[in-house]
Write a protein that binds this ligand. Structure first.
Ligand SMILES: [Zn+2]
Length: 186
């Protein structure tokens, strides 16, 4: 899985904002490259019978994307096997940090990027079936997060912020560690 950055026009942004988005994307890059997460994605691809080579490119975008007032987390072009991951805005991150602190902002940004990549990978298979993609990505995200949360309680709490509380409750937080194989997507 090739993860890289795209050239983007940053001319309209202040130095401070450029620094922020560079830092954000480097962090997301590190998070998505982590061996534990890569291993999980490998398992998910196998489970979904998606060929690993069908994920051609994962681009981590520097600048946020908004569509009808909503911040977009990711985009997928199934015919090209190309996936884009977008950051949150400076404004949002500033507000989040004031409310929940810097540490939680990192946890949130990491979880959001992981959830976005899981979601967009599933679009390679379930192209326009948004309902299925949404359901499955929540399930897969929770499986990964529950495994991680054995080590990090914060990750589990931030899960609630990424998805809604209801869907979170459908997955018991005390699921056994090696429960990856127990999920039946179909
Ligand atoms: Zn989608």
């Amino acid at each position: 899985m090739m993860i890289n950055f795209n050239d983007e026009k940053l001319g309209a942004f202040s130095q401070r904002h450029v620094r922020f988005y560079v830092k954000y994307s480097s962090f997301v890059f590190k998070v998505l490259q982590k061996p534990t997460f890569q291993k999980f994605l490998g398992w998910m691809l196998k489970k979904e019978k998606i060929a690993e080579k069908s994920v051609k490119q994962v681009h981590i975008k520097l600048l946020p994307l908004r569509k009808s007032g909503q911040g977009i987390a990711g985009k997928c072009d199934p015919s090209r096997g190309s996936i884009q991951i977008y950051p949150k805005t400076v404004r949002f991150c500033h507000m989040f940090r004031q409310k929940f602190g810097r540490k939680n902002l990192f946890v949130y940004a990491g979880s959001r990027a992981r959830a976005a990549l899981i979601h967009e990978i599933l679009h390679l298979k379930y192209t326009t079936d948004e309902t299925t993609v949404r359901e499955l990505s929540q399930e897969y995200f929770c499986i990964f997060t529950n495994k991680q949360s054995e080590r990090n309680l914060q990750v589990r709490c931030t899960n609630i912020m990424v998805f809604n509380a209801k869907s979170y409750e459908e997955f018991p937080p005390d699921a056994p560690v090696n429960s990856w194989d127990r999920l039946k997507p179909d």
